[in-house]
Write a protein that binds this ligand. Sequence first.
Ligand code: AMP
Length: 228
Amino acid sequence: MNCVGKWIVFLGAPGCGKGTQAESLVSENNFTVVSMGDILRENKTKSVAAYDGMTIGEIIGNGILLPDEIVMGLVKDELKKIDSVVNRNLLFDGIPRTIGQAESLSLLAEEFKKKIDKVLNFVIDDEIIFKRILGRYKCSKCGKIYNDFFLSPKVSGVCDVCGGNKFDRRTDDNEESLKKRLSEYHSKTHILIDFYSKLGMLYNVNANDDPQKVREFVLDSLNAKKES
Ligand code: AMP
């Protein structure tokens, strides 16, 4: 995709693969990813007054969404850190997740003399979500992602990429937290599909396939001229 200064949103339920696709665009297509989950995990020790002083890490562990003001404040700080941000293609992964955040993100775009160009909605079956999330683990050294159901290292216990032999799982990748994350998605985030569809920005991506195939769908949507 040849573009300069585009703002793209990746929308979808937990485990839909938007993070994986975002990373693949960074390496080959000149995108800078603004991953809300990663930003929050970097700030995991900060406490949140609105949630009785719970830390951001604890809130994430419980599978619930952080307040909009905190999330949007962190996004704004993140954009200020990016070199020549107005010339970069930005890919928002996991932001917005509520109508309030969607409205704030549009206002933020205006401050940067930008607009949101496209919203890619990753459509996935619940059964696949459970396998992707509950089977997911990564190499502690290089971050390569594996999955108990879909992708094990070629030699058991040894990372294919760096040879590391330690692996870890996200604290919120457990059944209880996942159920809460899905309930948050259905009650607060799913409505954004309709919101962006009415604005003519929405592109549906079939996210049930393997990452290579999904990547083709993503590139098709990014290159598409009209709403699909
Ligand atoms: P992710 O890495 O995108 O799966 O996000 C992990 C967790 O971070 C979510 O389950 C939420 O607890 C929190 N989080 C991520 N993005 C947002 C957001 N836009 N608004 C509120 N909370 C968020």
